[in-house]
Design a protein around this ligand. Structure first.
Ligand SMILES: [Zn+2]
Ligand SMILES: [Zn+2]
Length: 377
């Protein structure tokens, strides 16, 4: 019987299997017989964060989505960290990722389609030659091909990956005094953790969590996953507002990648941070909630009461949309007036009062919308 499956990529299979086995077998043995100290655990945390953030802030939000701009020093550091993370070159990763967004959940086109199952989207897609043609076609990343650092990293990806993966743990081990311990913890354990936490975004973040912004694709918001992935767990938001440099948009949402990008902007190392219009975000959320409550009501017994509830729901939803449009329209004008420094005259004082009134009305409408939807679900 002949198999129609594409050939196995033995190098990938070997890397994933061997590193995983070493991490789970040799590391506990070393911990038992030799032990690890605080400096080694701290170095593991540092190296894991360096890899993780090079992928999230660099590969993902900078290069794949162009949500901000970064100077050459920052780009260089992310390029090195990306090779250390062993997730292929920036060019290749970004090309895959742009296809993932464009054709999300399409089993024929999305390279790590969640509809192919958990294992496939997590790691299976890298174990066989599923997309041989893609290794020469980077036409969806012409912009990145103009970035000298991207092209340099692409050309020297293999030596860079080898030098970082062996060199960094080895150098630390020499300085610290336990080379084998460093190779295990900072080399292998760091790599395995870094791989699988990133892979969770393609697998877990497409099956486990909530969908507050859209149901058009399988992406989910998951705060727990955000903890492990430097903020990338807010994947439902990300799939609808992919040009936003943030994934967790609320101040309390754990998104260290966003904090890093923002902090670097204060130092002048990053600029032109893009965010999505607030009204679009709020409308997306309201639309989703409206749809959900509507479906719940329609699923209940057909009666006059249900009909009335549905009508009331639509009415409150329309009011909410109107108040969102009013308030954010006024806010936009206010910002324009402030820019032109026109806000001192009497006329504009009146406008400011109107603006505050719209703000108050929107807040009230939000409250009654929340109450009504909570009551109906
Ligand atoms: Zn993305
Ligand atoms: Zn995704």
């Amino acid at each position: 019987m002949t198999s129609t499956k594409p050939p196995v990529l033995w190098l990938n299979v070997a890397i994933f299997t061997v590193t995983f086995l070493i991490a789970i077998i040799a590391t506990p043995l070393h911990a038992y017989f030799v032990g690890f100290d605080a400096a080694q655990w701290l170095m593991l945390l540092f190296a894991f964060s360096f890899c993780g953030m090079s992928i999230t802030a660099g590969y993902h939000r900078l290069w794949s989505h162009k949500t901000y701009e970064a100077n050459a020093v920052v780009r260089f550091i992310f390029a090195i960290g990306g090779a250390f993370a062993l997730q292929n070159s920036i060019l290749h990763w970004s090309s895959d990722h742009r296809i993932h967004h464009r054709y999300v959940d399409n089993n024929d086109k999305d390279p790590y389609s969640a509809k192919m199952g958990f294992f496939y989207s997590h790691i299976g897609w890298m174990l066989r030659e599923y997309q041989a043609s893609r290794y020469s076609d980077y036409s969806n990343c012409r912009d990145l091909q103009k970035d000298k650092i991207v092209m340099w990293q692409h050309k020297y990806y293999v030596p860079l990956a080898i030098v970082t993966n062996f060199g960094i743990p080895f150098a630390f081990g020499l300085i610290h005094g336990d080379v084998w311990g460093a190779l295990l913890l900072v080399g292998v354990v760091r790599l395995v953790l870094s791989h699988h936490t990133t892979f969770f975004i393609n697998s877990l973040a497409h099956v486990w969590g909530s969908q507050p912004y859209t149901e058009k694709n399988s992406a989910r918001d998951n705060g727990l996953l955000a903890l492990l992935t430097f903020g990338e767990g807010y994947h439902n938001f990300h799939h609808i507002f992919e040009n936003d440099y943030r994934n967790g948009i609320r101040w309390w949402q754990f998104d260290p990648t966003k904090w890093l990008i923002k902090s670097l902007s204060w130092l002048g190392a990053t600029k032109n941070l893009r965010t999505s219009p607030e009204d679009r975000i709020e409308k997306a959320k309201a639309r989703m909630l409206h749809k959900r409550v509507q479906e719940t009501l329609m699923g209940s017994v057909e009666s006059k009461a249900t009909e009335l509830k549905l009508a009331r729901l639509d009415e409150e939803y329309e009011l909410l949309l109107k108040k969102i449009a009013d308030y954010y329209g006024a806010k936009k004008r206010l910002i324009e007036l402030k820019k032109k420094k026109l806000l001192k005259s009497y006329e504009n004082f009146e406008f400011l009062q109107q603006y505050n009134e719209m703000k108050r009305m929107l807040e009230e409408q939000r409250k009654s919308w929340q109450q009504l939807t909570a009551q109906y679900v």
